[in-house]
Design a binder for this molecule. Structure first.
Ligand code: NAD
Length: 326
């Protein structure tokens, strides 16, 4: 168990593009609260969120898709249980992706936010993302979904608008077709961690667009952990095998691969927050400690270089996601 304490170095806050929001550099990914990785009891989920907030995490991300709405419900309960003013935490949820499938129509996303707010027990969210847009028509996202979200922003249901997905090309496709300042935030996942740094290539472009950058899945959705990825993980087997070897190498050396992976992702300050999924107080402690240790004594560069060596043959290997755009 990592020994994080509430009196340790405060967690760094970083600005999110032009939003004026300042996000803790470690963000709380709430997909595990929807039992996406393993089953977690409601009381453990609430304790995990409380621990995160106590240690300085102020950003919580969920979606109606995670656990078929379970994540939103549990996160809502856990945030309410904090009994702190609403302005002390930042919440993002998503629209367009559901257990039943994808629907980015204006009608569905407009209904979606009301459903999410009810489950979250909130009056507004800070960010509403279009979830995994590569599975829809990107032209529909530009011409129908985002205009609907602008109306929701005007109605005060969300403060900011975001887009998420895996292939990096989706971001420029949309950002080049909407007026500047329309999309406030992008959320990329599995593209800025020890094994895959391709997000780096588009950081200068994203900066010119003034969007806030959230990088999710620093542990490559479980690949960079000792217990390994869940059954549904879409990575090709050569990537799974190499990450397993890296985890075994770290175990032998008495090093924590998740901690080093967190520190690696946190080192790039163009990224506003590193969104990591957590389902226990211990994971919160270890991930926050990774950030505070990085700030005070830096990263174990030697071991990171050794891990990079093991992962070199699969560097930037990813997987297909989404539908062919016409
Ligand atoms: P991740 O890389 O953060 O890995 C999460 C897994 O690692 C979970 O099994 C978690 O329990 C485990 N873990 C966390 N800290 C650990 C530690 N210190 N030691 C050992 N294991 C640890 O992947 P993720 O959860 O998929 O991504 C983070 C969050 O980002 C999600 O919860 C979600 O909020 C968001 N996200 C969004 C999208 C999208 O919008 N398309 C995609 C992926 C992730």
């Amino acid at each position: 168990m990592a020994a994080a304490s509430t009196t340790a170095t405060p967690l760094e806050l970083r600005p999110l593009g032009n939003t004026g929001l300042k996000l803790s550099c470690v963000g709380f990914g709430a997909s595990p609260l929807g039992n996406v990785f393993k089953v977690i009891s409601e009381s453990d989920a609430i304790a995990t969120v409380r621990r995160a907030f106590t240690l300085g995490i102020n950003f919580f991300d969920t979606s109606p898709y995670y656990g078929g709405t379970l994540s939103e419900k549990v996160l809502g309960k856990a945030l309410k249980a904090l009994e702190v003013p609403r302005t002390e935490y930042i919440v993002s949820t998503k629209c367009g992706r559901y257990k039943e499938g994808f629907d980015f129509s204006a009608e569905r996303v407009t209904r979606s936010i009301d459903e999410s707010l009810e489950r979250l027990q909130l009056d507004y969210v800070d960010i509403l993302h279009c979830h995994d847009i590569e599975f829809g028509s990107l032209d529909q996202i530009v011409n129908e979904t985002i205009p609907a979200l602008i109306k929701l922003k005007k109605a005060g249901k969300t403060r900011f608008i975001g887009i998420t997905g895996l292939p990096l090309g989706i971001f420029s496709y949309v950002l080049d077709r909407v007026p500047p300042g329309t999309v406030d935030v992008i959320l990329s996942y599995c593209h800025y961690s020890i094994n895959d740094t391709t997000l780096e290539d588009i950081l200068p472009y994203l900066k010119t667009k003034g969007v806030g950058i959230i990088s999710a899945s620093p542990l490559a959705m479980g690949l960079l952990t000792e217990s390994g990825p869940p059954e549904w993980h879409p990575a090709p087997s050569e990537l799974k095998v190499a990450c397993k070897a890296a985890a075994a190498y770290c175990k032998d050396k008495g090093k924590s691969l998740p901690k080093l992976a967190m520190q690696y992702s946190l080192s790039n300050k163009s990224i506003s927050t590193v969104l990591v999924g957590m389902n226990s107080v211990d994971q919160v402690d270890e991930n926050v400690e990774a950030a505070t240790e990085l700030a005070t004594s830096g990263m174990d560069e030697k071991t990171v270089a050794e891990i990079q060596g093991i992962l070199e043959p699969v560097k930037n290997v990813s997987w297909a996601s989404g539908v062919q755009q016409s």
